[in-house]
Design a protein around this ligand. Structure first.
Ligand SMILES: *Cc1c(COP(=O)(O)O)cnc(C)c1O
Length: 389
């Protein structure tokens, strides 16, 4: 590990916080905390208590009741459970659903699967800064609409939607509102007691917890229920059965408690890194911000540049670890759906680079990345001058 790499891909995943890793290791390896929390013997009750503590910690971060939380394997599962579960529960009332083409694949493709099963979808495009005009949501809601799914923070651009306002429109129309908050939980303050949100997905590994554990918040107000997707033991009141992974759950709880205490400091740190990054690259010829400078999570900065292709840029920027489009799309070379839905050309979408940074990122890392980005753009332009203007 002599060569310096700079990791600027925190939106794809974060390292596990040392305190979280310590707790998890202890629970995996020692004592009698390994027991199955469904067991009624003393060891089982100890494991149960660890789960209850974690639920309390997460509920504290979100300002909700621990009873409103279900453990899942991550945001992909939470999104599937929320959307399919709610759509099935309410399908006798109607089969119309509303979302946006800029959602994460783990929402978009779930809805597409429901579309193939006979549900009717309305896709609302964002404006060119990535935000949804509440008026267009209002106009899309119908008598038979059952569910609206809109993310809190976009994973490619960092754009923040007005969840309160959009949620209120759904409440007024008696429509369930699901929020994929994988990029928001533990990073931006959220107060679910005060927010008109019915279902909310989150995952630990986006806020310094381990991969493979997440949660779904279910408001449980009248009419807000889900059909389970899995069947088995009766765990989690049958809504998501399966033996609970206690060390993972405890780790998520610990990460939530850590996050709660540091959201303001984390945000301040990210804002200063974002400003440094933007100042460093903004004067590059043909550079364009993909996002909304007014309504953005400061830990993500997405930019396009003329005449350069993102994949080549990514390779030319080594050893800086950044993303083109979203990490989940890195296998297919389709231009980003998020950026196209914001009206970007294929060429602009294809040149996009997402910088995302976090707690361990230092100002020197940003300086290093700025240098590599500018050099890579200039080098690639020199190789193919005048290419596709
Ligand atoms: C990372 C992410 C997911 C998927 O989360 P997993 O825990 O990896 O399943 C879903 N939605 C958004 C917005 C994400 O950023």
């Amino acid at each position: 590990m002599s060569e310096r790499t700079v990791y600027l891909d925190y939106a794809a995943t974060t390292p596990v916080a040392p305190k979280v890793a310590e707790l998890m290791t202890r629970l995996l390896t020692s004592g009698s905390d390994f027991a199955n929390p469904s067991a009624v013997h003393p060891a089982g009750r100890r494991a149960q208590a660890l789960v209850a503590t974690a639920a309390g910690q997460l509920a504290d971060l979100l300002n909700c009741d621990p009873q409103q939380l279900i453990w899942t394997s991550g945001a992909t599962e939470s999104n599937n459970l929320a959307i399919i579960g709610a759509a099935r529960y309410r399908q006798k009332r109607g089969r119309h659903l509303v979302s946006m083409p800029s959602e994460h694949k783990a929402v978009r493709d779930v809805l597409r699967a429901l579309e193939r099963d006979g549900f009717e979808l309305t896709w609302l495009a964002p404006d060119e800064s990535g935000r949804l005009n509440p008026e267009s949501l209002k106009n899309a809601l119908r008598e038979d609409t059952q569910l609206v799914s809109i993310m809190a923070v976009n994973n490619e651009t960092g754009v923040v939607q007005d969840i309160e306002q959009l949620g209120q429109l759904c409440r007024d129309a008696d429509v369930l509102f699901h929020v994929d908050a994988a990029q928001a939980v533990g990073k931006l303050p959220l107060d679910l007691a005060a927010m008109p949100v019915d279902l909310l997905s989150l995952t630990a590994h986006k806020f310094y917890g381990p991969k493979g554990i997440g949660a779904l918040y279910i408001n449980e107000r009248p009419g807000c229920h889900i059909e389970p997707l899995f069947f088995g033991g009766g765990q989690q009141r049958r809504r998501r059965p399966g033996t609970l992974p206690v060390p993972m759950i405890a780790a998520l709880g610990c990460a939530a408690e850590l996050a709660k205490g540091r959201i303001p400091a984390d945000l301040k740190h990210l804002e200063s890194l974002r400003d440094q990054l933007w100042q460093g690259i903004r004067n590059l010829d043909g550079l364009r911000l993909n996002g909304d400078p007014e309504h953005s999570f400061p830990g993500i900065l997405n930019v396009s540049v003329d005449d350069v292709e993102g994949e080549s840029l990514l390779l030319a920027m080594e050893p800086v670890c950044v993303a083109t489009g979203s990490a989940c799309n890195s296998q297919d070379r389709e231009p980003s759906m998020v950026l196209r839905s914001m009206g970007r050309s294929d060429a602009a979408a294809q040149s996009a680079i997402r910088f995302s940074y976090g707690r361990q990122t230092r100002s020197a890392d940003i300086e290093f990345a700025v240098g590599h980005y500018i050099q890579a753009v200039e080098r690639l332009r020199a190789l193919a001058p005048g290419q596709a203007a």
